[in-house]
Design a protein around this ligand. Structure first.
Ligand SMILES: [Fe+2]
Length: 301
C-alpha cells in the first residue's frame, strides 16, 4: 500500500521540436502521444503511457512530478493526510489528463506541485511478456526506465518531513551541516537508494531527473553518445558517495539537467539512515573528485 515509485515528470521547454528530437534521438525514448503544446515519452521497458511530459513554455521549468500508488484507495488516504497537514488537494478525474485516470494534486512545503496517480494507461513495453528477447534496435542512450528525481527546497528538513511523515517515504541518507540542520535528504519507496531527494536551493525548482541504466558499461556508452551529439556534460562519468551509484549529469538542449544512473545498494524498510557531514560534501556527492562544482550547486530549473 502507498507509493510505489516515480510515475512521471512534467517539464516545460521553449522548443517542442528540439525536445522531441533530443528525447527520442539522443535519449532514445519513445514518443507516445502529442497534443498541440505537449509531448509524452516513455522508456522502452516501461509499460505506462509516459514517464516524461514536456509542455511548451518560453521558460524552462517543471510543472509537477508524479508518483504512482499501489491501490485506488491510497488516493483517498493520501488526500486525507495531505489535507490534515494543511494543504489543499485537487482531484483530477478520468479523462482530464492525458494518459491517466483519477489522480490527486497538491502543493508541497517545498513549493512543488506533486501528483499521485493510480490508474495510468498501459501502452506496453517494447518486448512483450511472452519469451521476450533483449531489444537490439534501440536508438541513442535508450535507458530501460526512469529512476528518480532531485528537487530543491529552502528548508530541506521541513520539506523532507512532509514526504516522510505524510507520504511515507523512508530516508536512506542525509547530509547535515555543522549545526545539525539537513542540507540534503535522500528518500525511497521502491527499495532503491532514492526515488526522491531534496537538497538545499530555490523552492519549487528541479535539480535533475534521472534515467536508470543497467550497468557501468551502459554508462560509458552513454558518455560516448552524449559526446557524439555535442550534449553539454555537467559532471562525470563518476560515482556518488551518497547512493554509491555511477552517474553522468548533463543538460538537455533546452537546459534541464538529466542524469543517467546505475548501481547502489538495495535498502529494505529497516535500512539505517547513512549520514554525511558537510565537511565531507565533496566525497558525498562526487566520490572520485571529492569536490562539487559551482554549476552543479547553482543551476536548476
Ligand atoms: Fe540523481
Amino acid at each position: 500500500m502507498g507509493i510505489l515509485r516515480l510515475s512521471h515528470v512534467d517539464i516545460t521547454v521553449p522548443d517542442l521540436d528540439l525536445a522531441k528530437a533530443y528525447y527520442t534521438g539522443v535519449m532514445g525514448m519513445d514518443l507516445t502521444e502529442e497534443t498541440p503544446d505537449r509531448a509524452f515519452f516513455k522508456c522502452w521497458d516501461e509499460e505506462d503511457h509516459h514517464s516524461l511530459a514536456v509542455r511548451y513554455d518560453p521558460r524552462v521549468g517543471m510543472d509537477r512530478f508524479a508518483f504512482k500508488v499501489d491501490h485506488e484507495d491510497d488516493l483517498a488516504e493520501m488526500e486525507r493526510k495531505v489535507e490534515t497537514y494543511g494543504f489543499h488537494v485537487q482531484r483530477i478525474s478520468h479523462g482530464e489528463e492525458v494518459g491517466q485516470g483519477e489522480s490527486i494534486r497538491f502543493e508541497t512545503p517545498s513549493g512543488h506541485e506533486m501528483e499521485l496517480v493510480f490508474d495510468v494507461e498501459k501502452v506496453g513495453g517494447r518486448t512483450g511478456k511472452l519469451n521476450p528477447e533483449i531489444p537490439v534496435d534501440l536508438l541513442g542512450i535508450a535507458p530501460p526506465r526512469m529512476d528518480h528525481l532531485l528537487i530543491n527546497a529552502e528548508e530541506v528538513g521541513e520539506a523532507a518531513k512532509f514526504y516522510m511523515d505524510v507520504l511515507g517515504f523512508r530516508m536512506t541518507e542525509q547530509l547535515v551541516g555543522g549545526d545539525g540542520h539537513q542540507i540534503g535528504v535522500w528518500m525511497e519507496r521502491s527499495h532503491s537508494p532514492h526515488d526522491l531527494a531534496v537538497v538545499n536551493g530555490t523552492n519549487g525548482a528541479l535539480h535533475h531527473f534521472a534515467f536508470w541504466l543497467d550497468d557501468w558499461d551502459h554508462v560509458r556508452r552513454s558518455a560516448d553518445i552524449l559526446a557524439y551529439n555535442a550534449i553539454q556534460i555537467d559532471v562525470g562519468p563518476t560515482r556518488h558517495g551518497v547512493t554509491r551509484g555511477n552517474t553522468i549529469y548533463f543538460f538537455d538542449p533546452m537546459g534541464t539537467r538529466n542524469e543517467v544512473f546505475t548501481g547502489g545498494y538495495r535498502p529494505d524498510p529497516d535500512f539505517p539512515t547513512i549520514t554525511w557531514t558537510e565537511d565531507n560534501i565533496g566525497q558525498a556527492v562526487f566520490y572520485y573528485e571529492g569536490e562539487v562544482n559551482d554549476r552543479f550547486v547553482s543551476v536548476h530549473t
